[in-house]
Design a protein around this ligand. Sequence first.
Ligand code: BGC
Length: 746
Amino acid sequence: MMTEEKLGKLLEDMSLQEKIDQMLQTAGSFYLSVSREALLGNITAFGIPQADMDEAGSILGTDDAKSLIDIQKRQMAKQPHHIPMLFMMDVIHGMRTIFPMPLAQAATFDPELAEKCASVSAGEAYVSGLHVAFSPMADLVRDPRWGRVMESFGEDPYLASLMCAGVVRGFQGEDMGESGKICACVKHFAGYGGAEGGRDYNTVQLSHPTLFDFYLRAYRAGIAAGAGMVMTSFNTIDDKPATTNEWLMRHVLREQMSFNGVLISDFGAIKETVAHGTSEDEKDAARQALTAGVDIDMMTGCYAANLAELVKEGKVSEKLIDEAVMRILRLKNKLGLFENPFRGADPEKEAKLQLTPENRALAEKQAEESFVLLKNNGILPLGAGPQKIAFIGPYCDNRNMISSWAVTGRADDTVTIREAAEKAFEKGAELRFEYGVPTLGKDQNYKGFEERNEADRIFADVEKNPQKHMDAAVKLASWADTVVLCIGEHYLQSGEATSRTDITLPKRQKELLSRVTEVNKNVVVVLFSGRPLVIRDIAENPAVQAILEVWMPGTEGGSAIVNVLTGKAEPGGRVPMSFPYCIGQIPVYYNHFSTGRPAEGHEEERFFSEYRDAPNDPLYEFGFGLTYSDFEVSEEKLSGTELTENGTITALAKVRNIGSREGTAVVQLYIQDVVGSQARPVKELKGFRRVTLAPGEEKEICFAVDEPMLRFYDGEGNFRSEAGEFRAFIGLSSRVKKSAAFRLIR
Ligand code: BGC
């Protein structure tokens, strides 16, 4: 490792432009082409001169050891001080072994498992030569129309904070310089999940108390866990783009959150401030972003082309550039790049250490824990022995279940439901398979997704002979004892730039559901989605006996689904983001304020805060999820009714397995701050435990409640509690009603 002094000397020795180029990030693909014409063609499109490309400090988007070694060698030879490049990549929910999408990971209510999975991803990324993962995404979400909810940890700041910190620790370990570890980048700072109307990149309007108390918490947790990098967001905060928002970056991020790592812009975000109408031109954008404290300009030439001139004109101080470059050099140093610029990059290890049976097993376990059983009239788990099962629907034998953000993964590695089912069911069970309809159908326009053609080649015959396949599906449904209907969103319908206004099942699948349920009354729906969909029609269909939400489950999706269907594994997930009752309810989330006219208790009256044509509550609330067993939670008890500043009281309840098989309950503690100097949520998650109980077994679950747990952020970012009345709720979802009261006294 270089000393701080040595790094300082290196900085002193660098020319101004050389320093500025450390702050430039472009795409790895630009460097892979040996043809100068091809290279220039690409670069010109981004307006970045070749000389700056030669000295650029980092690249994104290249992910294999061979290419990265090659690029590093060539670039270091050109860089005047032979400074190694940083290689960054979107390792969102897995490198080669793809774990369930992040929202599904949140559904596990198991941050420790998420940490293990991130650690596996780090190990796989390390041998490919990567240094930074653009993950985790800590954006709080309340609007499932936004396609990026799939990358989030849902609507609850506490759960999201634990998940975010877990993932950061998983990537970085104790020391990101260690073998098998890489740097995490918490994104998108800040409030990106608040996009109005759920439309991606749209305006965000958040009051400061809501920003601090809800939206900033998970980023803060990731930063407190030591994340080496933070990425800015595309949206506005206080009507200024986050990327050039000095208050947000210097005051909140750097001062209040004590972040001293590297701040990178999101893709093109500095230049986009021109389109926002808050920068005159690229030069002005560069000035504002540097002033706000952005260290790396991702994918634009704003910094490279303008910062030197801005220094000469006295419009920005070279000191700001020095500070930014020092942060970048420190990160390179922490990762050990000055000693070994290639770090873990090793094509042989890549082949050996990625997608190992152990990694696959972990992905399978996390997938099982993430599946949420939303409905079950006793049909699941499917019994053993002779039976006729029809697997119908576009996902019955489909590898495209790793999500649009699994950019380093390969659909080809995925186990399909069919493959897993054919292995799992005993002799005597007759299994048949039929797509019936494609996931989306060529008739449904899906702008800008060329990958779709490749992914949907499995539906070629279905597209050619739609009637034949629909008829075959209906025939199979009439033949079967049980139908497992494998349906849901196309994997390209969620992720970045996939906002939707109608978040119901694709049209042709609705038709399939209706035809199949006409002829078979034992239908299990296995639902794939990147977001909570509006599924009231499915839930209310009397032929649908069970609904298993499986999200985008990753490489071992098929095996995990079959394990859960057969009862080899339990569906372990709980709802991490409300499933709306209808689209018009959005945003709907459990931790809302009471309002001056709360509807509860006044449902039959007018002039209360409620819809006239729909309930206020979502269809499936945060924290909800069935298991193959049943649990009873006793009346809750508190060890005292007065909590002092340094004291603790214990909230406890007995949880009993009243079902006939072993099962895992997710016991949740919620607290309500009854009176505050600012409006406080009707309840907030403050603790949870996954408890596995044998049939008839009972356990006492205790949560320690102390003063720091009762603190909240005000609009200035102060974190404090207020004396007065609180209520504690212990239950199995956010709908828990019974509570016990206590007071915080000073
Ligand atoms: C996304 C980021 C991502 C970046 C680099 C952007 O479009 O918003 O989440 O990390 O691209 O791929």
